[in-house]
Design a binder for this molecule. Structure first.
Ligand code: 13P
Length: 249
């Protein structure tokens, strides 16, 4: 049985009280399952709640949704990897499509954030994915490989072996349109090949998650695909019962 990672990206939802209620329900009903890791990416204002809820649980982990690439300084409104680590985060999403497409984050900025995360001891989950236009132009693999290479450009090969990758086609995020298992298989295989080219055999163990309109009906088919090592879920991770159903799949 392969190891699976189930990651909940709450985006700009779940105030501290909501996060507390969610985690109470979740932790009381979810018991550790072999070969499964469950990650939570709450908004930064609710991080402390999730950190406290997962403290006694080696199978549950938490992270932040974004960081700045500097370690500290006069960057009003930003959070550094060092601050996030000190507040209890262990992971960070980097290069999420909403960062790239809503906030104009470049490949270069993504690379600087990945390097900052590695310096601070946070595990980056590098998100890559093509737009519909890029897919229709036949550029999917070129786009995701460019994004991956740029994201890890500042890392030693050994550090690349310790991170996670998420393939999230932009056209599938929050739209109800999911990549078919065949679409995912093709992209995940290309990402795996690239990870092995960068890090050698260690690249086989780097988790590559799929994200984009994952729900309890399609999760089984997606995680059955070779090289799909888990899922990164937005909307369907927002209610505890629904998330429990996905994580138990
Ligand atoms: P949805 O699951 O809402 O499509 O969001 C996917 C996503 O962006 C997770 O990071």
């Amino acid at each position: 049985m392969k190891s699976l990672v189930f990651a909940a990206n709450w985006k700009m939802n779940q105030a501290p009280a909501d996060a507390e209620a969610f985690m109470r329900t979740f932790t009381s009903q979810y018991s550790r399952q072999q070969q499964k890791r469950v990650l939570f990416f709450p908004p930064a204002v609710s991080l402390h709640v999730v950190v406290a809820a997962v403290r006694q649980r080696g199978d549950l982990e938490t992270g932040v949704q974004n960081i700045h690439w500097e370690d500290k300084g006069a960057f009003t409104g930003e959070i550094s990897a060092t601050l996030a680590r000190a507040a209890g985060a262990r992971h960070v999403l980097v290069g999420h499509s909403e960062r790239r497409h809503v906030f104009g984050e470049s490949d270069e900025a993504t690379g600087k954030k990945v390097a900052a995360a590695a310096r601070a001891g946070l595990t980056p989950m590098i998100c890559v994915g093509e737009t519909l236009e890029e897919r229709e132009a036949g550029e999917t693999l070129a786009v995701v490989l460019r994004q991956l290479r740029a994201a890890v450009a500042g890392l030693e090969a050994a550090a690349v072996a310790t991170l996670m990758v998420a393939y999230e086609p932009v056209w599938a995020i929050g739209t109800g349109m999911t990549a078919t298992p065949q679409d995912a298989a093709e992209v995940h295989a290309a990402l795996r090949k690239e990870l092995i080219a960068i890090t050698g055999e260690r690249g086989r163990a780097v988790p590559i998650l799929y994200g984009g309109s994952v729900n309890r009906s399609n999760v089984d088919a997606l995680v059955s695909v070779e090289d799909v090592d888990g899922v990164l879920v937005g909307g369907a991770s927002l209610d505890a019962e629904g998330w429990l159903a996905i994580v138990r799949s």
